[in-house]
Design a protein around this ligand. Structure first.
Ligand SMILES: [Zn+2]
Length: 239
């Protein structure tokens, strides 16, 4: 039985290693998914701000056209002032000039406000771009990390599984089945050491008789009565 326990312990070590690698792979994939979602979010936000910016710039272009029209009206009527024939005409032209000048001032004011808005949007775009670029760099690093590791991980898992198959040949199928069943129920740990009268899986006391049997080297498997794991006497495995 000691030999069987030793082999089971080796199998468990292999299973733990494989489990850790698989967990690492899952965690890394989750990270990539999270980072991809964040990149997409920043891209969408950036697109929205750029859309708003384009709209403001369009409005500004229309206002600049209108401003040019006002300026043209002022210039044209200034010319007309030089050839005024009578008082009525003078009043009409002056009125037109004043109205055009007023319009020009209003447009200039509106354009200034839009310039402020554009400046704010450009700052927001810059901030968002920085965040996006950082996130993209993080994602790229994670992806290249996966690429480097995957090959290595797959190789290690393959080797360990082959090793496990070899060891399994020397373990009784019923013991192996028990091991697999307990492993599933007990978070991957089916076989634990016992020392000082205590199970190292659940830290509860083992009944004295079972403990003595364990120390003597029982011909049957001995289970912890509390967590139901397979126990082995501490001196068997040092690792
Ligand atoms: Zn226990």
């Amino acid at each position: 039985m000691e030999n069987q326990l030793l082999l089971l312990k080796k199998i468990q070590d292999i299973d733990i290693q494989i489990g850790l690698i698989e967990q690492e792979t899952r965690d890394t994939n989750t990270d990539v998914e999270r980072l991809s979602a964040e990149v997409k979010k920043y891209e969408d936000e950036l697109k929205a701000i750029n859309g708003e910016l384009a709209e403001i710039e369009n409005t500004k272009l229309s206002l600049e056209d209108e401003l040019a029209e006002c300026a043209e009206r002022v210039k044209k009527n200034d010319e007309r002032l030089k050839n005024i024939k009578n008082d009525k005409e003078f009043k009409a032209v002056t009125k037109e000039i004043n109205s055009a000048k007023k319009g020009k001032l209003t447009k200039e004011g509106e354009i200034n406000k839009l310039n402020e808005k554009i400046s704010e949007k450009l700052t927001a775009v810059k901030e968002k771009e920085d965040k996006l670029n950082n996130k993209k760099a993080e994602l790229k690093a994670k992806e290249s990390n996966i690429e480097t590791n995957n090959e290595n991980w797959e190789k290690v898992i393959k080797e360990r599984k082959e090793e496990k198959t070899e060891i399994t040949k020397d373990i009784s199928p019923s013991i192996l089945k028990k091991y697999e069943t307990i492993r599933e129920k007990r978070q991957g740990i089916a076989i634990v050491s016992a020392a000082g009268g205590t199970c190292h899986g659940c830290h509860m006391n083992i009944p004295p008789q079972a403990y003595i049997q364990l120390q003597k080297g029982s011909s049957d498997l001995i289970f912890c009565p509390h967590c139901h794991r397979i126990l082995y006497w501490n001196s068997i495995a040092t690792v």
